[in-house]
Ligand binder design. Sequence first.
Ligand SMILES: NC(=O)c1ccc[n+]([C@@H]2O[C@H](COP(=O)([O-])OP(=O)(O)OC[C@H]3O[C@@H](n4cnc5c(N)ncnc54)[C@H](OP(=O)(O)O)[C@@H]3O)[C@@H](O)[C@H]2O)c1
Length: 495
Amino acid sequence: MAPSDEAFSLVIFGASGDLTHRKLVPALWTLFASRTLPEPFTILCTARTPMSDDAFRAKLKEGVKEFARFKLPNDQVWQRFAANVFYLPGDPTAPEFYGVLRQRLEELERARGGPRSRLYYLSTPPSLYADIVVNLGKAGLNEEESGWTRIIIEKPFGHDLSSAQELNRLVTKVFREEQVYRIDHYLGKETVQNVLALRFANGIFEPLWNRNHVAEVQCTVAETVGVEGRGGYYEESGALRDMIQNHLLQIVCLVAMEPPVTFDADAVRDEKSKVMKAVRPIEPDAVEASALRAQYGPGFVNNRQVPGYRQEKGVKPESTTETYAALRLLIDNWRWAGVPFYLQTGKRLAKRVSEIVIRFHRTPHMIFRRGLVSVDPNLLVIRIQPDEGISLIVEAKEPGPDLKISPVTLDFKYHEVFGGEPPEAYERLLLDAIHGDATLYARGDWIEQAWRLTQPILDHWATTPGPLPEYEAGSWGPTEADAFIARNGGKWRRP
Ligand SMILES: NC(=O)c1ccc[n+]([C@@H]2O[C@H](COP(=O)([O-])OP(=O)(O)OC[C@H]3O[C@@H](n4cnc5c(N)ncnc54)[C@H](OP(=O)(O)O)[C@@H]3O)[C@@H](O)[C@H]2O)c1
């Protein structure tokens, strides 16, 4: 194939790991097989484990067979893809490795032709991000010679506010902000993007999308899995860091932001940053009222008996790391004043589901005779996963001589309308980074705002002794969560 202006190289660090195997390469393969990946391309993977190109490709093929959305049609197509994938063993913390990396990259780029556009992907443990960025800079691999140079940084971006600030400082000394793509794979999910389509491609919702009509917003990310053998990792993280500081706050911003002037990276990210500025800070003495944490105990999930968190491998028996967290936020601006935003996430809950629920005010006056009918408020439910779609729950009269009113659901199911599985988040996000579109990536200032908001909670929890409230594995979380939301008259929706 003749070299094109779109030619690019992707360099993956930590490529012997789980993310490359399960997500990145299956996504790249699907893009290639569906003819959306720009060509010609070079994928240079690196990690410390010694492997030949062929051994590495064989390992990737297994991952593609198991995890890719686009199944392997025949070996010929796979061979065409795999011929562009290479493996270079080396230690990413050793500055001398970057000379070898540069040489191999230049060799491959010369053979391929086209501009030297390069995308680096940091898929190593987060403790290595700073070293890799500094080493790339020292080796001049941050420079833009005949093409563009960009870098994708995996989550988590920092462990707290000061480490995130330090990482931002280091990264932006080596790369310009426009070159930096901080990934939050939730933003790549089709239904998360559908929040924007729902709000800004329809005229009927915008007049209702404010304090005059919305009583409360709930955002839930519930998982049935536990720590899956990664107890040691989770002990350092917890539900607030793992889910709320990044994914759930991003979702809040998409729900709450003002219409951006255009759908481009700066316009969208400016609006999200304005939401974060308007979120009322959680003062240290207000943490108990605004946040709740708990841990799962033993129980049954999908009819299987499972241990409690403190009995998991790698977890301290006296651990106070939260596996469930809930947060109540207020957004002090014209649109949302007084509307509580409730966020909750947990492991080992009753069902795997992520959804956004907009609860509208009740009707101002009930014309039907009280006692005979109870009318629930309308809900708009945006399901992020599984069974992606949007439901509007309205009240309707049941057939019959009596006036009986019940909730009915107007349902849009993604797979029923569009068929097939929605694209994987990593497909969209990788393609966007290759095309230079950072709209669905987090900007440095947003990341720091999100840490600034959550830091007082982390600090308070770090100094408050356990034990934490416990919930039974397989339940909908701690009983305290019901009281937490009931303070404002609300009730968690149980999907
Ligand atoms: N896995 C997921 O589903 C997922 C989801 C969201 C975000 N992430 C993030 O993505 C990144 C990668 O995830 P992962 O699950 O693939 O991670 P991983 O398996 O823990 O690490 C990736 C690779 O990094 C290399 N590595 C580990 N320790 C190293 C060290 N001290 N020095 C040099 N290299 C080292 C290892 O390769 P060698 O031993 O061969 O060098 C390992 O295979 C992480 O930051 C994670 O937080 C992962």
